[in-house]
Write a new protein. Structure first.
Ligand SMILES: NC(=O)c1ccc[n+]([C@@H]2O[C@H](COP(=O)([O-])OP(=O)(O)OC[C@H]3O[C@@H](n4cnc5c(N)ncnc54)[C@H](OP(=O)(O)O)[C@@H]3O)[C@@H](O)[C@H]2O)c1
Length: 253
């Protein structure tokens, strides 16, 4: 089979690439040879990751982007094509969450989850798909969560938006399969990043969470990268509309 995880000459866009899981996905794609376009709202964070990639001999472009603004999505895609000529891989990783009970959640919290976690993914994927259709190939990978399937108290807006993203993954996969585009999801379980810090920063809560994870520990961001690289590679050319769970066995119960 040779080395199927080699993205030399390919371009990948990673959203939310300034920190956490998106950062290590961007570094992993660059290590595997891809030119990487990084985006998030915090310029210093994506500039630092781009610098890290360049220092290791890779090619990177940082484009400060608020994914909830459709004009900025167009600018991101235009900048990517201008710099690298094509887009082969899109990783929709960025997300918002609000830890609030349904009784306390405000309407704008619900809207922010859906505009970042669903609407922006649809709009950005559509812009990128138009380029991929011209190339007759492309891989789109959406980062969902085990919370798309399991209800957690206080996580309704986030969980509902990720359940919608899981369904959007299947819809895009179905509509675009014959056009050469594969669309899949990677669903991490609890992962140690800034996003989940309010939970793991309390050792008692972390201990409680680890008790219900068969692997007995929460994931590190690097644990998620392998599934993304696999789905982006030719090894996954006949896989579309699926979700890979990277959850230490959480979904077994
Ligand atoms: N950590 C976990 O336990 C866990 C578990 C399951 C799934 N996930 C999923 O994994 C993905 C990454 O999560 P993480 O833990 O790495 O989160 P994180 O550390 O908070 O990073 C989120 C990234 O998304 C970016 N982002 C948020 N809103 C944005 C917007 N409107 N426009 C552009 N960028 C935006 C953030 O950058 P700025 O704020 O600078 O814009 C940041 O770079 C998410 O899809 C999340 O749902 C995480």
């Amino acid at each position: 089979m040779g080395n199927m995880i080699d993205f030399t000459g390919q371009t990948a866009i990673v959203t939310g690439a300034g920190r956490g899981i998106g950062r290590v996905i961007a570094l992993g794609l660059a290590r595997a040879g891809a030119n990487v376009v990084l985006c998030s709202r915090t310029k210093e964070q994506i500039d630092a990751v781009a610098e890290e990639i360049r220092a290791a001999g890779g090619k990177a472009l940082a484009v400060t982007t608020d994914l909830t603004d459709s004009a900025q999505l167009e600018r991101l895609v235009d900048a990517s094509v201008r710099e690298f000529g094509r887009i082969d891989i899109l990783v929709n990783n960025a997300a918002r969450s609000f830890l609030r009970s349904l009784l306390d959640l405000r309407e704008d919290g619900w809207d922010k989850c859906f505009s970042t976690n669903v609407r922006a993914v649809w709009l950005l994927s559509r812009l990128v798909a138009r380029k991929m259709i011209e190339q007759k190939s492309g891989k789109i990978i959406n980062i969902t969560t085990v919370g798309a399937d399991k209800a957690e108290a206080g996580m309704a807006a986030y969980g509902c938006s990720k359940a919608a993203l899981k369904h959007l993954t299947r819809c895009m996969a179905k509509e675009w399969a014959s056009l050469g585009i594969n669309v899949n999801a990677v669903a991490p379980g609890f992962t140690r990043t800034e996003f989940s810090q309010p939970i793991w920063s309390n050792p008692d809560v972390e201990k409680m969470i680890c008790q219900v994870i068969p692997k007995g520990k929460i994931a590190e961001p690097g644990d998620v990268v392998g599934a993304v690289l696999f789905l982006a590679s030719p090894a996954a050319d006949y896989i579309t509309g699926n979700t890979i769970y990277v959850d230490g066995g959480t979904m077994t119960s």
